[in-house]
Design a binder for this molecule. Structure first.
Ligand code: AMP
Length: 394
């Protein structure tokens, strides 16, 4: 066991690293964040910052020597650099897990090999590879895609050549997946320790906008059986890959009740941010516990919760959003990531609410987010409260 006071090295300085560093500090650990930017969200709150290129094996070795255990907060890191850290220290989850999760083809093949269902898929380098593959489909770059980037939905064969050429300029290998007509998107975050004990948070239901997570509601509005099935899938994959730390598993629930695995992330996940305010042990605390050899915490929710992302699009040109108005909504909590420059699509923060029902929690978080935007004075309305389909008839 690594006792409080030990140093946790974090590869990457984004918001996931920031929330991890804050939780680690609360538990008495020290953090060393490796990121090129000294003002990165996690570097702002860490005990120490190690500047450097995350693909540089020498930097990774330095990080592992200076830290007692190392983890990462995003997966677009070079596995060979992570191996360099592994050669001199403890890194969780391992570079072997990272190699699988950062490559969509290896990821789908690994999940299928473990016996879990995935959408029909195929590696693609040219149009010919899709001769007998049904349309519509989603084309994705095998590596370095996130938040809907590096993806194209293709409806007709005539669209394929342009889509393939465009995506192959980002990554030589593509993967085609059947476009799933899902009823709901779910995610389960599983924490697994060095002894193989695994604990899952309740499945969250995720609503995306433009390929980026917009709203998570937890627990997902699904039956007990479906929730248990989703938990078994996440645990089975975490066990099968030998994850130590966290594994987030994104899934599609089909209209006929099947669960297809979409994506894996071996790190804290945006769809688990509500656990900071709605659970005794958040996803970030579970990660600290798992990699430091502490017992895993109870994942139970205090109550139904919702999380609404705050993207840079909400930042008006003249100044910050109206945070004071959002905070007037009872029970809503604001989390900001310390990013000074707001850009469209950039994750700047999130709002969470815990309430008596998932509908109510979603309505509170969305109402708080609506209040961030100044009312228009030209008679045209912006987004209406409760207009989000996930808020239902709260
Ligand atoms: P991903 O980066 O793979 O998580 O994809 C981002 C979002 O695109 C997902 O959350 C889904 O909303 C959508 N998406 C991705 N793959 C598929 C698919 N095979 N069928 C339908 N929608 C998809």
């Amino acid at each position: 066991m690594l006792p409080p006071g030990a140093v946790i090295g974090i590869i990457g300085g984004g918001q996931l690293g920031r929330m991890l560093a804050i939780e680690a500090r609360r538990l008495g650990y020290r953090t060393l964040v490796c990121d090129p930017d000294p003002h990165a969200p996690a570097a702002q709150v860490a005990d120490a910052h190690l500047p450097g290129n995350l693909s540089d094996p020498a930097i990774m070795r330095d990080l592992a020597v200076r830290a007692d255990v190392v983890t990462y907060e995003f997966e677009n890191v070079s596995p060979s650099a992570v191996e360099a850290a592994e050669a001199v220290g403890r890194v969780y989850p391992s570079s072997a897990v990272l190699r699988v999760a950062q490559h969509r083809l290896r990821e789908k093949e690994a999940v299928a090999r473990l016996g879990f269902a995935v959408p029909p898929f195929r590696p693609v380098r040219s149009v010919r590879d899709l001769d007998d593959f049904g349309l519509p489909c989603v084309l994705k770059t095998a590596a370095s895609g996130y938040d809907g980037r590096g993806q194209a939905v293709v409806q007709r064969a005539a669209e394929l050549p342009e889509a393939i050429t465009r995506l192959r300029s980002r990554c030589d290998l593509l993967i085609a997946e059947q476009l799933v007509d899902f009823a709901l998107e779910l995610s389960v975050i599983c924490a697994r320790d060095t002894h193989g004990n695994a604990v899952c948070f309740a499945p969250g239901e995720n609503h995306h906008s433009g390929g980026i997570l917009d709203l998570t509601v937890a627990p997902a509005r699904i039956s007990r059986d479906v929730a248990a099935h989703a938990g078994r899938i996440a645990t089975g994959i975490a066990n099968g890959l030998g994850v130590v730390g966290l594994l987030a598993v994104e899934m599609f629930l089909t209209h006929d009740g099947r669960i297809l695995v979409n994506e894996l992330a071996p790190r804290p996940h945006n769809s688990g941010h509500h656990t900071l305010d709605a659970c005794a042990a958040s996803q970030f605390e579970q990660l600290v516990r798992a990699i430091c050899g502490l017992p895993l915490g109870a994942p139970d929710l205090y109550g139904p919760a919702a999380m609404a992302n705050l993207l840079g699009d909400l930042w008006p040109p003249g100044g910050p959003p109206l945070f004071h108005r959002a905070l007037e909504v009872p029970g809503v909590k604001l989390h900001l990531y310390g990013k000074t420059e707001a850009r469209p699509g950039r994750k700047m923060g999130h709002l969470t609410a815990v309430a008596d029902t998932p509908y109510h929690a979603a309505a509170l978080a969305l109402e708080a987010r609506r209040r961030l935007i100044p009312e228009r004075t030209d008679g045209l309305s912006g987004s209406r409260p409760g207009a989000h389909p996930a808020a239902g008839d709260a």
